[in-house]
Design a protein around this ligand. Structure first.
Ligand SMILES: [Mg+2]
Length: 268
C-alpha cells in the first residue's frame, strides 16, 4: 500500500476505489475546498463539479456530498453537479431515496437567529444563519472562543430538540437527530448505495462519527488534514483529495499504479 510521505499515526493513503462495489461520500469544506476566512469565501475549483459528475457516473451514481451547509449553498457552489447530496448535517437531502421523509422538519428560528446575530455583532464574530439551526464562527477572533461557547450553551438550554455541534473555529446549533452518520446509515439502505462499501472523506469533528461508521461497516474512513481521527487513512488536504479523486475517475494504469488496486481494505 502506498504510504503518505509524512509519518502521521494514520498515514496510509486510501486504496484505489472499486467502481463496481464502492460508494463514495464526500464532505465539502476542508475536504473538497480549502477552509476560507468566512464560509462564503471558499474558492471552488472549476474542475470540481465535472470531476464529481464523472466520478459519480463511474460509481454507478453511488457518490454523495455530505455537508453541514444548507443544500442551497452546496448547489450554489457546485451548479454543475446535480447528484445526491446531504445538507445541514442530514436535516436535508437531495437525490437520496433512502432519506426521503427522514429529514428534520423546519421550525421557526427567527428568535434564535436574532439572539445569534446580536451576540455576533457585539463580539465582532460571524453569524451564519442556517435553515435548521445557527452557527457562530470565531475564526477572526479566536480569543472569543470561550464566550462563544458559553453563549451557545446558554441558548441551547432553552431550545429542546437542538444539539451543540462543534466544528473548526465554530459552534453550531443543529437539530438533535441530524448527524452525518445517521444520514449515511439511511442513505445506504437504498439504491444505488445499497450493498456497496462506504468510503467516507472528511476533515472535521463533525465527520468523525461518519468516518468511524464507514470503518466499522467494512468500508474506509479517510481523514483529510491534521488532527486525531479514527480513520486509518489520510490525505493531507483538499489539493491531495482532488488529485486522488482524479485518479479514481480515470481508468487504472496497467498493473495497478499509484493508489494501489481495489484491495487493501483493512479497516475493521
Ligand atoms: Mg469539513
Amino acid at each position: 500500500m502506498t504510504r503518505h510521505p509524512d509519518t502521521l499515526r494514520t498515514a496510509a493513503a486510501p486504496p484505489r476505489l472499486d467502481p463496481a462495489h464502492d460508494a463514495l461520500f464526500l464532505d465539502f469544506d476542508g475536504t473538497l475546498v480549502a477552509i476560507a476566512p468566512t464560509p462564503d469565501a471558499v474558492i471552488v475549483p472549476p474542475a470540481l463539479a465535472p470531476l464529481l459528475t464523472a466520478l459519480s457516473a463511474r460509481l454507478g451514481g453511488a457518490l454523495a456530498l455530505v455537508s453541514g451547509r444548507a443544500l442551497d449553498e452546496i448547489a450554489g457552489f457546485l451548479p454543475g453537479y446535480g447528484g445526491p447530496a446531504i445538507g445541514s448535517h442530514g436535516a436535508e437531502a437531495r437525490g437520496l431515496p433512502g432519506l426521503a421523509g427522514g429529514g428534520v422538519g423546519p421550525r421557526d428560528l427567527a428568535a434564535l437567529h436574532d439572539r445569534f446575530r446580536a451576540f455576533a455583532a457585539a463580539e465582532g464574530l460571524l453569524f451564519e444563519p442556517k435553515p435548521h439551526g445557527a452557527a457562530i464562527h470565531f475564526r477572526a477572533r479566536p480569543e472569543a472562543e470561550a464566550r462563544a461557547r458559553a453563549f451557545v450553551t446558554e441558548v441551547l438550554a432553552g431550545e429542546p430538540g437542538l444539539a451543540l455541534q462543534t466544528a473548526k473555529m465554530a459552534f453550531e446549533l443543529r437539530p438533535e437527530g441530524a448527524t452525518k452518520d445517521a444520514a449515511l446509515r439511511a442513505a445506504v439502505a437504498a439504491a444505488p448505495f445499497a450493498g456497496r462499501r462506504p468510503v467516507y472523506l472528511g476533515d472535521d469533528t463533525t465527520d468523525e462519527p461518519a468516518i468511524a461508521w464507514a470503518g466499522s461497516s467494512g468500508g474506509i474512513g479517510v481523514k483529510v488534514g491534521d488532527g486525531d481521527s479514527a480513520a486509518r487513512h489520510r490525505l493531507s488536504g483538499p489539493a491531495e483529495v482532488l488529485g486522488w479523486l482524479c485518479a479514481q475517475a480515470a481508468e487504472p494504469a496497467p498493473g495497478g499504479g499509484p493508489g494501489g488496486g481495489p484491495d487493501g481494505r483493512e479497516d475493521g
